[in-house]
Design a binder for this molecule. Sequence first.
Ligand SMILES: C[S@@+](CC[C@H](N)C(=O)[O-])C[C@H]1O[C@@H](n2cnc3c(N)ncnc32)[C@H](O)[C@@H]1O
Length: 272
Amino acid sequence: MERTVLGGLSCSDMSKGVGTRHTPMGTRDATGGYDPSGIDLEAWTILEAQLEATIPNYDRVNKLMTFGQDKRWRRNVRNHAAPGMKVLEVGCGPGSFAEDLVGLDVTCLDPSPEMLKVAKKRVDAARASRGEEPAAYVEAIAESIPLEDNTFDMVFCLFSFRDFQDKRKGLEEIYRVLKPGGQLVICDAGKANWFHGLAGRIWMATAVQVLARIVTKDKNHPWKGLANTYSHYGTNGYYRTMIKDVGYQEVQGRLLWPFAMASRFRGTKPEQ
Ligand SMILES: C[S@@+](CC[C@H](N)C(=O)[O-])C[C@H]1O[C@@H](n2cnc3c(N)ncnc32)[C@H](O)[C@@H]1O
């Protein structure tokens, strides 16, 4: 791939996992119903395979399960960037967000070579149609970013934070690669509190499953397993505290209306 930074991390590095505080998905009793620390390696490896299996239907199912709101959320996040900024998307997936980053110096990071392959084709085609240089692509996990300190004006994470093995470590690495004064913007499934989380789990276990089955025409579609990541995801308050603990300032994290299906977090790396 042109302008590609491949790794720093080999597949075997990734397979060692990161951090030490993982709770395997499925043992949530001690955490009040969700897994605040992360996802163990075995569960994450299965999750990655499920995410890759979504690629052909990813955008269509997202659109249906969010009543078309995903487009609005992406625009909301994108509007944080100013022209000419150097930006990183962590967990770029098939490029659904990065393809619309206009007038920016873009780096896309994802641990999945399959996702990066699709993203590169799609994002670079969109950039070429606007007369822009190709983006850079990095195969890595958020918890171990093979890039220099103080590099980016802005880091985006859309629907990937939920999938980090170790969320604190990922936030620390993003903090490291942000320039002083740089901003992190995360958008992911919304979970305001336990009750809201229950409503979300019911939605994921029912309507989303039916929609995914209709779109994929496969009763063993990957959204079956993906509902787990929502069940094991923490609340807005939990991650606001974590983001502050890592050192970010001006931390915010709230539901996005009208449907309250997604949350947006923001934090800024202090100017020295
Ligand atoms: C649901 S897709 C999100 C795609 C895209 N950002 C979007 O806006 O739709 C989640 C992506 O996160 C990636 N991912 C999973 N674990 C990750 C980690 N630890 N660090 C970085 N990315 C990760 C997956 O490979 C997958 O491509």
